[in-house]
Write a protein that binds this ligand. Structure first.
Ligand SMILES: Nc1ncnc2c1ncn2[C@@H]1O[C@H](COP(=O)(O)OP(=O)(O)OP(=O)(O)O)[C@@H](O)[C@H]1O
Ligand SMILES: [Mg+2]
Length: 264
């Protein structure tokens, strides 16, 4: 990590719990000894409790950006602040749901979800109750004792969502969380996610390839472009939550965004 010279002053609301401030972020990977620029000049401010969607073509650096925010990547130039503090590694109050579920194959669904609580001082009964509650939330009641290989891809992803939610993180990053789900489950889980978000008021940043989903859930949609990954622009979705899926305003924004992404 290299600090940027004279970082801009951070606004007071961006120092509150759940706030994210990214300034002048650049990231390159090394492939075969040569630097591969992946993210360039990323500036992104997210207020506590905001829901931000990120869309962009495959390979434009969306997952890399989330890994940097959650503290899994330590090499970058620029500034990434959570609650006004530089990110120095992973932390309990910033959770992530990966593109692939990453459940431990040798543990049951309930054990996988309970693992997220391992450092919390809770009585075993309370832990079990919280696990059951969160599995119910994602529609997995009855599958507590199943192993990941006994689940469908979508069910495994839902278990991963339960695992991320159970610690009630102030910031939750979601990397195409519903990508593997059928259309109906997807719509149901979008509703659930919206409900959880309104209740917990955690900050949520969700990467998705689904423009409709991005607009339906997001207060803002960040559009990224590739090689190297940059923020092209953002769309503000000025509609109150919960939203009407076929609201004319959403339809119009969807058409505009699709046209932009497909260059039509
Ligand atoms: N660990 C790594 N080492 C080297 N290069 C990497 C690594 N991770 C990602 N990259 C490269 O960084 C670029 C961005 O990858 P990233 O996974 O962030 O894209 P993405 O926008 O999430 O794509 P997708 O929509 O397909 O998930 C790609 O060119 C990829 O090859
Ligand atoms: Mg990705």
């Amino acid at each position: 990590m290299t600090a940027i010279l004279n970082p801009p002053p951070v606004r007071a609301e961006l120092q509150q719990p759940g706030a994210l401030a990214i300034n002048g972020l650049n990231k390159a990977y090394r492939i075969d000894g040569k630097p591969l620029p992946v993210l360039q000049d990323i500036d992104l401010q997210v207020l506590p409790g905001e829901f931000v969607s990120i869309v962009g073509t495959s390979g434009c650096g969306k997952s890399s950006l989330l890994r940097l925010i959650v503290g899994l990547e330590r090499e970058y130039d620029g500034q990434i602040l959570l609650d006004g503090e530089p990110v120095r590694g992973t932390r309990l109050d910033c959770g992530i749901v990966f593109q692939d579920h990453r459940l431990f194959p040798w543990k049951t669904v309930a054990q996988n979800v309970a693992l997220a609580l391992k450092n919390q001082r809770l009585a075993p009964r309370e832990k079990a109750e919280r696990v059951a509650e969160h599995l119910a939330l994602v529609g997995l009641s009855g599958f507590e004792q199943a192993y990941p290989h006994q689940l469908s891809g979508g069910m495994a992803q839902r278990a991963a969502i339960a695992r991320a939610l159970i610690t009630q993180p102030k910031v939750l990053l979601l990397d195409e969380p519903f990508g593997a789900l059928d259309a109906l489950t997807r719509v149901r889980l979008q509703g659930e996610l919206q409900r959880i978000w309104t209740q917990q008021r955690s900050t949520m940043i969700m990467v998705t390839h689904d423009v409709e989903e991005a607009l339906y859930l997001g207060d803002r949609v960040i559009v990224m472009e590739p090689r190297p990954g940059r923020i092209r622009h953002e769309v503000r979705v000025d509609l109150p939550h919960p939203r009407e899926r076929n609201a004319p305003r959403l339809q119009k924004l969807r058409e505009e965004l699709l046209a932009e992404l497909t260059g039509t």
